[in-house]
Ligand binder design. Structure first.
Ligand SMILES: *[C@@H]1O[C@H](CO)[C@@H](O)[C@H](O)[C@H]1NC(C)=O
Ligand SMILES: *[C@@H]1O[C@H](CO)[C@@H](O)[C@H](O)[C@H]1NC(C)=O
Ligand SMILES: *[C@@H]1O[C@H](CO)[C@@H](O)[C@H](O)[C@H]1NC(C)=O
Ligand SMILES: *[C@@H]1O[C@H](CO)[C@@H](O)[C@H](O)[C@H]1NC(C)=O
Ligand SMILES: *[C@@H]1O[C@H](CO)[C@@H](O)[C@H](O)[C@H]1NC(C)=O
Length: 199
């Protein structure tokens, strides 16, 4: 029995060693550089929703589906605080599903934004994950579509959207629900292949 457990321990150690060795063999070669993503802050936003957003839901086969449309709001430049866009009321919103298994909301947040400077529109579409409680918070991958000539870089970069929606208990006296979100843009490079035979 003792012999068997020693043998087992030895073989477990050997397996661990082999796994480490295997990991070293399959490790990413030094000329493939995948850097940890870094993000810069672009926009701050305020968004308003109807009072008691939990009322705007329906239960389906995947869980509780949110059907919460925005009533207004705006986007500001995070460095200057200037208003750069408004959230078009009644278009899109939080259409995510709250899982019956883990209680997480698999967010599906869409907004139509009208830019202040040129009046063009933008479509914001975020898929992510978060908590559907009070207050609610979630973060996801945002993609933007817009024909505003000066905002084309939003379509060419990886964006994140982080949102918090306050409960009505956190905003006593207000007959609406208030949320805040921020938009970040990846500032670090995509994976890089370094051709060591060039230079
Ligand atoms: C915010 O304003 C600054 C100063 O005008 C500008 O350089 C920057 O591009 C603006 N940021 C965004 C996301 O529009
Ligand atoms: C909020 O909505 C839920 C679901 O419809 C309802 O049960 C609850 O009474 C509402 N709360 C308030 C304060 O209106
Ligand atoms: C931005 O939107 C919020 C919520 O609708 C509002 O309270 C605020 O006054 C707006 N700010 C500007 C500068 O329009
Ligand atoms: C709150 O707003 C709803 C419509 O959004 C309205 O029916 C209701 O009377 C308002 N309640 C108060 C206390 O202002
Ligand atoms: C590496 O660079 C050399 C010289 O510029 C070039 O001939 C070769 O095709 C490159 N190899 C790869 C895999 O990109």
């Amino acid at each position: 029995m003792l012999f068997f457990s020693r043998l087992f321990a030895t073989s477990a150690a050997l397996t661990a060693f082999l796994l480490i060795a295997t990991n070293e063999v399959v490790a990413i070669p030094s000329n493939v550089q995948i850097v940890q993503p870094e993000f810069e802050l672009l926009y701050d936003a305020t968004v308003t929703w109807p009072f008691n957003v939990t009322h705007f839901t329906t239960s389906g086969p995947f869980g509780v589906r949110a059907l919460i449309g925005p009533t207004g709001g705006n986007l500001t430049n995070s460095s200057t605080g200037d208003v750069v866009g408004t959230i078009v009321p009644g278009v899109g919103g939080e259409l995510g599903v709250v899982s019956t298994v883990n209680g997480r909301i698999y967010m599906k947040v869409t907004f139509a934004i009208q830019w202040t400077d040129d009046q063009h529109f933008a479509y914001f579409d975020t898929d992510g994950i978060g908590l559907f409680q009070t207050p609610q918070s979630s973060t996801g991958y945002l993609h933007v579509e817009t024909d505003s000539p000066s905002k084309q870089s939003l379509q060419n970069n990886l964006l994140l959207l982080s949102i918090m929606v306050l409960g009505n208990a956190q905003t006593p006296g207000l007959n609406e629900t208030v949320g805040y979100f921020r938009v970040y843009q990846k500032s670090s490079p995509d994976p890089i292949y370094v051709n060591s035979t060039s230079t």
